[in-house]
Structures are given as structure tokens and as C-alpha cells.
Design a protein around this ligand. Sequence first.
Ligand code: XIL
Length: 365
Amino acid sequence: MLSRRETILTALKAAAGFGLASASPLGTLLAGTAAADEASPLAGLRYGAAVRDVPLAVEPEFRAAIARHCRQIVGEGGLKWFDIRPTREQFVYDSPDKQMAFATANGMTLRGHTLVWYGAMPDWTKTIASASDAERLLVGHIEAVMGRYRGRIKSWDVINEAIPDDPASRSDIRPSIWQQRLGEAHLALALRTAARVDPDAQLVINEYDVEFVGDRYRRRREAFLRLIRDLKLRNVPLHAVGLQGHLRGDLAIDREGVAAFTAECRAMGLAVLVTELDVIDDKLPGPPDVRDILVAAKAYEFLDAVRAGSPIDSILTWGITDRHTWVPTYFRRTDGLPNRPLPLDAGYRVKPLARVIAHFLRDRR
Ligand code: XIL
């Protein structure tokens, strides 16, 4: 067995190989051991996590961890079309209502995710046959859902993942029923409707895979920025950019690219949020100690780049504990070891990632 110090040094060397600057406070953040009763480094900060309905309902430890570490939550599901609109006529609010009740009871806020997304669409939406039908449904949906939580959900991912996986040009928009029936105008329509329904809500455009080194990620950043600029130029209400931050542990962060991107957003008067942070660790070395450090170092590399261009409004992780995470569904490890993408381990102990997140929020209470 390596000593803890040796483990950390080995991991840091590997992290440096991924492009991390050597002079950083990271070493201090990574040192120290976790205990289940460790005071939360995150409490009181602008930190939040995505919640799943089942553990929220049946697992007291999950509820306690969320209450202890978070100031905001977001549903991993619940407000998606698939969940809320099983049929054209129905609106099912059980899940978001429960999330809202939990948030309120614990002095937290609930973020809204999401109104316009190509994913998690119920099958019946394929029958949306005309532009006028699409417009009526989209506007009606936003009016009903945002209207129900008006003044209570203060920040909404109005638009999620509008940029194609690999955009063919800067003006490329991801296919969806809305894009098919209404063209790019559906994005402005959604934002304008959202602003009309709740003029005080923070309206966010949310995106993933914009942070790594590589042509595809650069093209995605450029297409995302083209869209944001265009919306701002046309005075479409938009207040913030959400970087999901599903980081690949094995990919380098494009520090200059990310910093330039967030600086441009800031220059346009937009806030920058990290909305779905986790570190996908399927390709990282196995030993949990080493992996936890590499995961934390990757998040540091990312958050440091984001902050080089703009203050970070808040940080949410996509889940809070390695016990409940979407990562193994898509990125299961081949060695059979469980994934460790989140700030708390499966036993709810604080991991180095939690301290890294806290470090980037401390100047913003
Ligand atoms: C994921 C959830 O975590 C899963 O539980 C669900 O099955 C599919 O959706 N980007 C997003 C999130 O914006 O909505 C996705 O959430 C993860 C990727």
C-alpha cells in the first residue's frame, strides 16, 4: 500500500500531466482525511445537488446529506416533459411538488430543469404535426409549468443542450420536434414566454461538452457562443449560461478556450453557473484514494478555467453521493469497481471534490 502522501503525490503528477498548473492551492485541498461527521465544507455556500425521488423518499441518510450540504436542489427528473406530460392533456406534478416541499422545509431553493430539451420527450410529442400546434404546445407548457412555480423556482434551465453533438457549422442547432416544426425561432419563443410568465426568474441556457481540448469541443463552444450572442443581440431575455460540467476524468480542460468563453458571457452581462458537475471516472486508475484525487483535480482544473473568465454564480453537482449517480448507466468501469464521480462517497463521507467546490464558492456567499 502506498502511504497517503505518496498516493497524493502520484496522483498530482498524473494531474499535472492532464494540464494542471503546478502552483495552485490544490495540494492543500486534497490533503486531509474524510470522516462521516466532518463539518460540511459546503454548508452555507452557493452549492446544490440534483436529487432523485426514490432516495429522497426512502433514504433518511440521503435527505440528511442534502439538507446538510446544500442550499439548492434540482430534480434529476420530475420537470422533464417525459415526467410531467405522459399524455398531451395531462400535467403530473407529484415529483416536482415533493421536491419543492423538501426544499422549502429545509430552507433551500429548487432549480427548474428543463423546459426545452430534445431528450426525455414522451412519444406522443412525435405527433406534433404543424408549426402552429408546436407553438401552442410549447407556449402552453411553459405557461402551465413555470406558472405553477412562479416566484418559487427562481432559476430555470429554459433551454437544455441546443447544440448538436458535433455541429456542422456555427449556426447548427440540434434536431428536436421544436426545431423541426419551428426552426431556431423556438428558442427565442421559449425564452420570451418564460420571461412573460415569471419576469423575476433567472433564465438559463444550459450546455455540455464545451470544456475539453479538441476540435469537436471548440466547435461546440463556438456554436454555443454564436447562439448566445444572437439571442442577446435580438434582446431575447436570457440571464445566465449553465455549464453542465459532466467532466471526463481522462480529458484535458481547454483552459484558454473556457476562460475566453466565460469572459465573453460575462461581457454580455450573463451570469455563469455550473449546473450538473460530476467527474466521469471510467477511464481513471482504480484505487479509490487516487481516483478521488484525480476527480477533485479535474474539477479544480475546470472551475479554475471557468473563474478565469467570470465569477461562478453557483455550483450544482448531478447527485451528491456516489451511491446514487447516473454515471454507471453510461460510463460503467470495465474493472467492476464502482464509479466515484461525486462530492460524497457511497457512505456519505466528504471527498476531496467537496473541498474543491467549496474553494470556488467561498468568495460568493
Ligand atoms: C439524466 C438523469 O441523471 C438520468 O437519471 C435520466 O435517466 C436521464 O437524464 N444532461 C442533463 C440531464 O441535462 O437532464 C441528464 O440527466 C444528464 C445529462
